[in-house]
Design a protein around this ligand. Structure first.
Ligand SMILES: *Cc1c(COP(=O)(O)O)cnc(C)c1O
Length: 354
């Protein structure tokens, strides 16, 4: 154990809080007053600090820019019943950050630095956690190489940071998705299980082509034969088929979502049958044709549950039942929201109070 390092705090001289309307704030464009920064130099983390949100001084040679040696996390904080702030499963995000870090040859971030930095930042910017209905604070921890070297190798210097965005109610309108059978998000042996920047940069072009055809998102399939379902956009994908909650089993080409895991745990808690296994495109299409798919949705931090309205495959659109007729999605969304906001007991120990 390293000794607890103190976090130096430099407060902003001009808070922007009064300019923000939490009821109408757009996703990801408005940032809380402060940010957390830590430097990894000569084999250790140092210079832990909270400073006003602002631009970064960085070398144009940083490998984060050239080679994508950069990873991120996404999580949320909510107002609890009596004004306290509830973080949802933050230690799971910390663990996943380090899984991504290992794959990308970045330094591990100790639990203490992640949690102490997060806690100090949220405490300082508590007023930025919306108390409006449906609002939350989106938290973006990220880690990148800070070397000044344009050779390709494991880096020696890193920067770990946390920035935060207040977000309003996020009601996902049902999405139209299309099964992708040419482009690939992640391959076996690749980096799909890591929240590594390049995975997302490379997914934008195929998603744009689908959007040009009227779909919102892609359903990604495996990179080998495009035979098996993997994810939906940047969310995990889940189906209720013949009354069973079915989702692709985790692999190195699927991101292990914390929402996915929470949905599975709640379903099992309620006595619902769940299956984590390979789901082939053929199986899904057959079930869609026979009207055996009761529900389909994406699962991820931003929306929690993003209901899928229809699934396109080779020019044919297969419609799912209306959202009002999807009891499982509705229940899981309400239950998770109530747990996050402290309106319901937390049987799984998911909430970390600040
Ligand atoms: C972040 C992410 C998810 C969802 O993870 P959560 O922890 O539930 O937010 C799913 N798929 C991909 C590709 C992701 O990047």
């Amino acid at each position: 154990m390293t000794e607890t390092q103190t976090i130096a705090i430099q407060r902003t001289a001009a808070s922007r809080l009064a300019e923000v309307d939490f009821a109408t704030v757009p996703f990801g464009k408005v940032f809380a007053d402060h940010m957390f920064v830590a430097d990894f130099r000569n084999g250790e983390w140092k210079n832990l600090r909270i400073i006003p949100f602002g631009h970064l001084p960085m070398s144009p040679a940083t490998p984060a820019i050239h080679y994508g040696q950069a990873i991120f996390e996404g999580m949320k904080a909510f107002r609890g019943g009596s004004g306290e702030i509830n973080l949802f499963r933050p230690l799971d995000n910390w663990k996943r950050l380090n899984i991504s870090a290992e794959r990308m040859c970045l330094a591990q971030v100790p639990e203490e630095i992640f949690m102490d930095g997060l806690t100090a930042l949220i405490t300082l910017d508590r007023q930025w956690v919306p108390n409006t209905p449906g609002g939350s604070l989106y938290i973006r921890p990220f880690l990148f190489s800070a070397d000044e070297y344009i050779g390709i190798r494991p880096s020696e210097n890193f920067t770990f940071m946390i920035i935060n965005c207040p977000v309003g109610p996020y009601y996902s309108t049902p999405v139209k998705v299309c099964i992708e059978t040419h482009y690939t998000r992640a391959v076996a042996g690749g980096t799909g299980y890591a929240k590594a920047g390049g995975n997302y940069g490379g997914a934008i072009y195929p998603a744009k082509l689908a959007q040009d055809k009227g779909y919102h998102q892609l359903i990604w399939t495996d990179g080998k034969n495009h035979e098996y379902i993997e994810e939906s956009g940047t969310m995990n994908v889940m189906f209720v088929m013949d009354g069973v909650l079915v989702t692709p089993a985790l692999s190195d080409s699927i991101l292990a979502g914390i929402t996915r895991d929470s949905v599975l745990k709640l379903a099992r808690h309620w006595g619902m049958k769940t299956e984590e296994r390979k789901v082939s495109v053929n199986e899904l299409l057959a079930a869609l044709k026979e009207k055996r798919v009761q529900e389909a949705f994406g699962a991820g931090t931003a929306a929690t549950i993003a209901p899928i309205e229809l699934i396109g495959f080779e020019g044919t659109d297969y419609y799912l039942p209306p959202v009002s007729e999807r009891p499982f999605s509705g229940r899981v969304l309400r239950e998770m929201d109530a747990i996050k906001r402290g309106q319901q007991p937390d049987p799984f120990g998911w909430i970390h109070k600040v």
